[in-house]
Design a protein around this ligand. Structure first.
Ligand code: FE2
Length: 301
């Protein structure tokens, strides 16, 4: 019969082992690949690299090196859905990590963690419903990061839209500022009608339904978002328990068909808050989406 002491030791051993595993998984970066049939018939495929939620600190050189190597994929277009920073001195680290990708056409929006540094929170709070209350850390130099991106040609989509041409594909890209901080103002954005062969993209950090619904109303073909961390602490075989917004947990990460027939792609992101450097059954990821014509026959969502 086990003694109380042996039960306590066994319980503590399991807890330490799970914690050690979750800290290890948080550094197991991987690339996910998906194909999206969304372009006009006859259009050339377009390879879009979606990066999100780096939450970088100056000491995270391993993550920065992994991100730098993504340039070897030679994407046509980069979408960055925010939460790049997690430290007041991390702008140079973020710009260095993304440096080889900044020569590729790209767009970005900010997340709450680009504006404010991390603060310690009870980890259990992450698994509870969002009360709407926000605890802010120190302000971060987000303007320097945005300037670094725009200096190299990436377009700032915080409550803005932009027309661009990537290879032979005409694109209308529409973005909002962070909805988790109520900084989104879709009414500020001009979203024109476009010819059928124009690719209409939406970009936002936190995929609150008010943003997704507004973008769907404007018939955006693919909406990109981050913020959820894929649930971060998931149940194997079951998935995410939370999305940290009002998006259903079934859409916490991955490619999803919207009710209006467009697509929503949610990145599980590459980082975590430094105050909770753990992931379980939800490894950090970037995604390479190959956009192909609607009449393309062999795709796997
Ligand atoms: Fe994040």
């Amino acid at each position: 019969m086990p003694t109380l002491r042996s039960l306590l030791i066994a319980t503590a051993t399991v807890k330490v082992s799970v914690l050690a595993y979750a800290m290890w998984e948080a550094k197991q970066y991987r690339l996910r690949r998906v194909t999206v049939p969304v372009l006009a018939p006859g259009a050339e495929p377009l390879r879009v690299l979606h990066i999100s939620d780096l939450h970088l600190t100056p000491s995270q050189q391993g993550k920065a090196a992994w991100v730098r190597r993504l340039a070897a994929l030679r994407p046509d277009f980069v979408v960055n859905t925010g939460d790049n920073l997690a430290h007041p001195d991390a702008v140079d680290t973020a710009l260095s990590a993304l440096d080889p990708l900044l020569d590729t056409p790209g767009v970005f929006v900010n997340g709450s963690n680009d504006y404010y540094g991390p603060v310690w929170k009870n980890p259990a709070r992450y698994l509870l419903p969002d009360s709407g209350g926000r605890v802010f850390g120190d302000p971060l130099p987000w303007k320097d990061l945005c300037q670094g991106f725009t200096n190299r040609g990436w377009s700032d989509l915080n409550n803005r839209s932009v027309d661009m041409k990537v290879r032979s594909q005409q694109i209308l890209a529409v973005g909002t500022d962070d909805a988790h901080l109520d900084l989104d103002d879709y009414s500020e954005i001009s979203v024109p009608d476009t010819p059928a062969d124009v690719l209409r993209l939406g970009v936002t950090h936190a995929p609150y339904r008010r943003v997704i619904d507004a973008m769907s109303h404007d018939h955006l073909d693919v909406i990109f978002a981050g913020h959820t961390h894929g649930g971060q602490l998931c149940i194997p075989g079951l998935g995410a328990l939370v999305t940290n917004c009002d998006l259903p947990v079934s859409q916490a990460k991955g490619l999803h068909r919207r009710d209006d027939n467009g697509w929503l792609h949610v990145s599980a992101g590459l980082g975590t808050s430094p105050t909770a450097p753990v992931r379980f059954a939800c490894p950090p990821e970037a995604t390479l989406l190959t956009l192909v014509p609607l009449d393309h026959t062999d795709f796997l969502p």
